[in-house]
Design a protein around this ligand. Structure first.
Ligand code: MSP
Length: 503
């Protein structure tokens, strides 16, 4: 099977912060999981560069828009590299490979009549670069709901996309395929808004100068940045070598930009007669220490802070926290340092780390580092139950559910240590076979845990495998998650705690 996962392409004017890092990490975890399943994975992220504010910011710095975009796109790329993101490509909308495709598609739509020249007057949110419908503008008291600046009245000759034509098809699709837009609450919001009616939408602006992609055959008009941006998902794979990836299996983003992905984008694809993505998934927001992150409060969890967490607790622990406690569902999540540290100490250091460490240390001490043979499969059913729950959750992108299943297995295995008391068995020579069995069950369970956490904590997974004396690479998940994969008679590697405890 193929699996194509995308993140939004981020505004190149912004500095990366926890929001961008979160969506990209979630996508990374999904990509790594599907690779483990043996799927052919294509994972795309990138930068959205043709916003008008890029021109302003560049000018303030005495740079060309391209120079400014180059600098900032490099920051995003470097950030994702540092955070171990395994994307297969990084699309920048200022690249020729993208621009030519955008012109090609818009050209097709002009020809088919789904894009036409008309006139538009409305309330414009300059910060967001979008028109706000009259009823919304009133509700917002004619101010931007994002930055509070007054909306401006604007008239333009514009190219329009015949969005109205696709309202029924989209609604039918959403009714017939409940998984198309997720989570459920978001799906309902989108459907209700479509039911209110869809107007055609402007897809070009005038007088934008040289920055942006021109409407084919009309140099006075530049394609609206949102249409340009959405097309990245298709333009990147619309080549002879990559065409097999389309349609995307899941477009990931936060709820702020769901409308574009659940309505405008599928409608554009319908008009282009292309297949629709299988799923559009909109998660919630991270807030910081109980407060909404905003420019005015200056409380974004930015790179510097993320770097500090990573340096202190390890990248994998940071990824674990994002995955286990992030806003993947309908609700927002709070990133509080105290909570992160407490999760690190309890779930990672105390529970998982301690389980693996004490299990393997006992094999070292009582069996000279050689994996003993088991006479019974005490923890097999527990492992199988946990992995079934884990896989069902991962398949549904329920990362916290998957990690809950992992945690339950860790708790069970730690209890097994207390119940079987191997440290006591070790003192009774007649219990040697029983001790072998207990130690094997613990080591084998550690191996299962190493496999299951691999998409979320790839370094820790390798570390567990090295300590078990196994090769770093995890094989296909279906084969790895089979009881008995750890061979008796094998030698453990060097042991070390997985998560040094922090105060
Ligand atoms: N450029 C557009 C997207 C075009 S996609 C065709 C854009 N860029 S953005 O830089 O503003 O990124 C928005 C996305 O960043 C959100 O949808 C989400 O993925 C992520 N996040 C930004 N802030 C966030 C939080 N506070 N919490 C979680 N994710 C957030 O919109």
């Amino acid at each position: 099977m193929k699996f194509y996962v995308t993140t939004p392409i981020y505004y190149v004017n912004d500095r990366p912060h926890i929001g961008h890092v979160y969506t990209t990490t979630i996508a990374d975890i999904a990509a790594r999981y599907h690779r483990l399943c043996g799927d052919d994975v294509f994972f795309l992220t990138g930068t959205d560069e043709h916003a008008a504010k890029v021109v302003d910011s560049a000018r303030e710095r005495g740079l060309t828009p391209q120079q400014w975009a180059d600098q900032n796109a490099a920051v995003f790329q470097e950030t994702f590299r540092k955070l171990g993101i395994s994307n297969d490509d990084f699309i920048r909308t200022s690249q020729d490979r993208h621009k030519t495709k955008v012109q090609q598609y818009v050209g097709e739509l002009l020809k088919s009549g789904d894009v036409y020249l008309g006139e538009y007057e409305g309330w414009y949110d300059a910060g967001q670069e979008e028109y706000v419908p009259e009823n919304k503008a009133k509700e917002y008291e004619y101010k931007s709901p994002i930055n509070g600046k007054p909306l401006v009245r604007k008239t333009e000759k514009n190219y329009f996309f015949r969005l109205s034509k696709y309202a029924d098809t989209l609604l039918q699709k959403m009714e017939a395929e409940p998984k198309f837009v997720q989570p459920e609450v978001r799906r309902n919001e989108v459907m209700n808004r479509i039911r209110e009616g869809l107007n055609d939408v402007p897809i070009s602006r005038t007088g934008a100068g040289e920055w942006g992609i021109q409407v084919p055959g009309d140099p006075g008009h530049v394609i609206y940045v949102w249409v340009d941006a959405l097309i990245n998902y298709l333009s990147t794979v619309d080549t002879d070598e990559r065409r097999q990836w389309w349609p995307a299996d899941v477009h990931l983003m936060a709820k702020d930009i769901l409308w574009f992905h659940a309505v405008i984008w599928p409608a554009l694809l319908l008009a282009l007669k292309r297949e629709l993505p299988r799923q559009v998934y909109a998660h919630g927001f991270w807030i910081a220490e109980g407060q909404k992150m905003s420019k005015s409060l200056g409380n974004f969890i930015e790179l510097e802070k993320i770097d500090r967490y990573v340096a202190e607790y390890g990248l994998d622990a940071f990824r674990y926290f994002l995955a286990a406690y992030g806003p993947l569902g309908a609700n927002d999540s709070d990133f509080a340092e105290a909570k992160f540290v407490s999760v690190y100490n309890s779930e990672l250091a105390n529970d998982l780390g301690n389980l693996v460490n004490r299990s393997l240390t006992m094999i070292q001490r009582y069996r000279g580092g050689m994996v003993p043979r088991a006479a019974a499969e005490d923890l097999r059913a527990e492992c199988e139950r946990a992995s079934a729950a884990y896989r069902a959750a991962m398949d549904a992108l329920d990362l916290s559910g998957a990690l809950e299943a992992v945690r339950a297995l860790v708790v069970r295995a730690n209890r097994y240590v207390e119940e079987t008391a191997p440290f006591k068995l070790a003192k009774q020579p007649e219990q040697a076979t029983r001790l072998d069995t207990v130690l094997y069950n613990l080591a084998e369970t550690s191996r299962w845990l190493g496999v299951m956490i691999a998409p979320v904590m790839p370094q820790i997974a390798e570390n567990i495998r090295a300590q078990l004396g196994l090769s770093a690479r995890v094989g296909r998940i279906g084969e790895e998650l089979r009881w008995g994969g750890l061979a008796a008679g094998g030698r453990l590697g060097a042991l070390a705690p997985l998560f040094p405890r922090k105060i």
